[in-house]
Design a protein around this ligand. Structure first.
Ligand code: CDP
Length: 239
């Protein structure tokens, strides 16, 4: 057993933070929180606190990156030095470069980039506080910042992870579950399109468990999708 590893993850049907296996942490989304960005969003998801800011469509620098037929989407994920227990060295590292890339791939399919040739749409994701699942929180925040900027999109992109802890499939891992659990499966989808735009896996599932975890993650995405739509209604009204 590793240092800090709990003896049991589920006691009397409840997880260590009191949630049921299929329950999300508390999620709060607000859009339009930054005056100087074209679009922005703030997401609290359990102990994660994440800001996203969108700029564009705007001129591309450096110019050679511009595409004649579409806008380029650039996503930058970064963790504040104070976002984790051990101070994180500022600046990009392998992990943040990877998460920036998968975030772009998760969002690109919904953005009508063809409407804005020779431009760039930039999204910056700042992790202010991290508590497992920051890539999903970042994708949700970025998708809201794009919508807040008025970028034409086919849909919002919700994201959510499922995983395996103490032999059980659970939704939305907490930090202890992420550190000591058996598997983590973050997923992003385009609702109504049956499209999966992010799927990564850390750890191991046994036969049949992957399908169960995937289904649970998609259900989590649909719950997040409702909260995303509510946040837009709250800011902009509408039915
Ligand atoms: O955040 P996410 O689950 O998408 O990615 P991860 O690479 O699986 O990281 C899991 C968690 O480890 C993060 O959410 C942070 O809470 C923590 N972490 C950390 O404490 N220090 C780092 N330099 C990176 C991650």
């Amino acid at each position: 057993m590793k240092i800090g590893e709990p003896e049991k993850f589920i006691i009397d049907g409840k997880r260590l933070d009191g949630r049921k296996p299929g329950e999300l942490r508390k999620v709060k989304i607000e859009v339009g929180v930054l005056k100087k960005a074209d679009g922005s969003a703030y997401v609290e998801w359990g102990g994660n606190k994440v800001l996203a800011a969108c700029y564009g469509p705007r001129e591309v620098h450096p110019k050679h990156l511009a595409r004649a037929d579409r806008a380029i989407l650039r996503c930058t994920y970064s963790m504040a030095p104070f976002s984790v227990t051990d101070r994180k060295r500022p600046g990009p590292d392998r992990r943040s470069i990877e998460i920036s890339k998968v975030t772009r791939q998760a969002l690109e399919p919904v953005v009508f980039t063809n409407l804005f040739p020779r431009t760039a749409i930039d999204v910056f994701i700042e992790i202010l506080q991290a508590q497992a699942g920051t890539r999903c929180t970042g994708i949700v925040a970025a998708s809201m910042a794009l919508a807040d900027a008025g970028i034409p999109m086919r849909n919002l992109v919700p994201a959510c992870a499922a995983g395996k802890v103490g032999g059980e499939i659970v939704l939305d891992l907490s930090d202890v579950e992420d550190n000591f659990g058996e598997a983590d499966l973050p997923v992003a989808i385009v609702p109504q399109k049956d499209e999966v735009t992010l799927i990564q896996m850390d750890g191991n599932f046994e036969k049949g468990e992957f399908e169960k975890a995937f289904k649970l993650a998609v259900e989590g995405c649909m719950k997040i999708y409702e909260i995303q739509k509510e946040a837009l209604k709250k800011r902009y009204g509408g039915a």
